[in-house]
Design a protein around this ligand. Structure first.
Ligand code: GAL
Length: 422
């Protein structure tokens, strides 16, 4: 009996020692910031090194937790599991409504003091702040602004076939015909729901313009969603489907980009993270490739802003998390990061020097859209509508793209799906 007691006591002391050891490990860990993200393509990974270096300069090391999968679906699933086991990362890449959702659950570290010190309120455009804040408080820090209504084209193919950037959707269809006849794939596409949704962003804008896009995709107005204009957007999708190669299913977005880089395909419709791949491959705009707005969306700006939220994790971790947030918003970081990533800075005071012609165009487009009040969030990347409606729309769009459904039936299905999701 007594020996049993002694054994128990020894076990307790050992556990105590272990806990002690643990604590010191935690203390050491406080100089490290775990960052979860889905930036695993060549261009994406390269841009992150800018942020890693800045964090290092602030005296913190970077614990990398990459979860592959463009658009971030897989990463968000892993995050939910980590939260469920009470072990969230220090910082997580987030899009759109996720920040508000997690802030409402009181899981995020408020960044108000860092934001006040850095003057973020004045530096960040209002449509971007909308996704950084919940209840008037800063909970996320934006690192970039992408836009989705772009076409990336192989210049050699365009020159060979004497093509110029198509100004209307019909011109795009005619160009695609010529490209196919010349033996190239007109459109490089990766058959994943988020990529089809990304194309749909442009199709909806092209069919109806910013007011229609806002009514349908942001305000979820049933009349707009069920309209003839929406039918036109689906008709564009049907024609785009005819431009892809037979092996598109499941292809990652960056592999589709590389088809354009290597001259197998002529074009890709994708957010400007695609430009990060061209840059990473040593390609130059105007020389090797062309960036053009999707026909019918010139001057329009469908934005995606990548932000980082930090999780509440006790006072020992907070300084690291705050240092990370400061690093993200650093003026030099925003310039260097975005020059590699293909995006533009989320703060308005970064000069355009050092950005290529596509970056400068994007900056000008964003400023014009801001002025006109037409800067609209991407449906595909969760910046237009809450998650439940986004998922419902994804299903309809991707089903349509991968079947022979008529545009009229797709519109009806879209109305029902959105109504049920509200
Ligand atoms: C988006 C993200 C972009 C880009 C893309 C592909 O969701 O906003 O920054 O990385 O996914 O991974």
């Amino acid at each position: 009996m007594e020996t049993k007691m002694i054994k128990k006591r020894i076990a307790a002391i050992a556990a105590g020692l272990l806990a002690c050891h643990c604590l010191s490990a935690v203390a050491a860990d406080a100089r490290q910031v775990e960052v979860m993200h889905w930036w695993t393509s060549g261009g994406e990974a390269k841009s992150l090194s800018v942020l890693k270096d800045e964090l290092k300069q602030k005296g913190y090391s970077w614990k990398d937790s990459p979860i592959a999968g463009g658009g971030g679906e897989a990463a968000r699933t892993v995050l939910r599991a980590r939260i469920a086991s009470n072990n969230p990362p220090d910082a997580m890449q987030m899009l759109g409504f996720s920040v508000q959702d997690y802030a409402e659950q009181s899981l995020l570290n408020p960044l108000d003091s860092v934001a006040a010190k850095g003057g973020w309120d004045k530096l960040v455009p209002a449509p971007i702040q909308r996704f950084s804040k919940a209840d008037g408080h800063w909970y996320a820090v934006p690192i970039d602004v992408h836009s989705t209504n772009w076409i990336w084209a192989n210049k050699k193919i365009f020159d060979e076939l004497k093509l110029t950037p198509p100004q209307t959707f019909d011109e795009l269809v005619a160009d695609a015909d010529k490209i196919r006849k010349a033996g190239y794939i007109p459109l490089a596409h990766g058959g994943q729901a988020w990529q089809e949704a990304t194309i749909f962003d442009s199709a909806v804008m092209s069919a109806g313009g910013p007011k229609f896009y806002t009514d349908a995709m942001v305000n979820l107005d049933t009349r707009a969603i069920g309209s003839k204009t929406m039918e036109k957007a689906f008709e564009q999708m049907r024609k785009l489907r005819g431009m892809v190669d037979p092996n598109f299913s499941g292809r990652d977005w960056n592999l589709a980009t590389s088809m354009v880089i290597t001259g197998k395909a002529a074009m890709q419709i994708m957010g400007d993270w695609a430009k990060g791949e061209f840059t990473n491959a040593g390609k130059k705009p105007g020389v090797d490739y062309l960036c053009m707005r999707y026909p019918g969306t010139q001057g329009d700006f469908i934005f995606v802003t990548d932000q980082f939220a930090t999780f509440k994790a006790g006072t020992d971790r907070q300084p690291g998390e705050n240092a990370f947030a400061e690093a993200v918003m650093d003026k030099g970081v925003q310039a260097r990061f975005n020059q590699v990533k293909g995006a533009i800075p989320a703060r308005l005071d970064v000069p355009s020097d050092g950005f290529d012609e596509c970056g400068v165009k994007s900056m000008n487009d964003m400023r014009a859209a801001l002025k006109n009040g037409t800067m609209v969030g991407s449906f595909a990347h969760g910046q237009a509508m809450p998650e439940s409606s986004k998922t419902a729309m994804y299903d309809v769009v991707t089903h349509f793209f991968n079947s022979n459904q008529s545009s009229a039936d797709a519109v009806k299905a879209l109305v029902t799906a959105v109504e049920n999701s509200k």
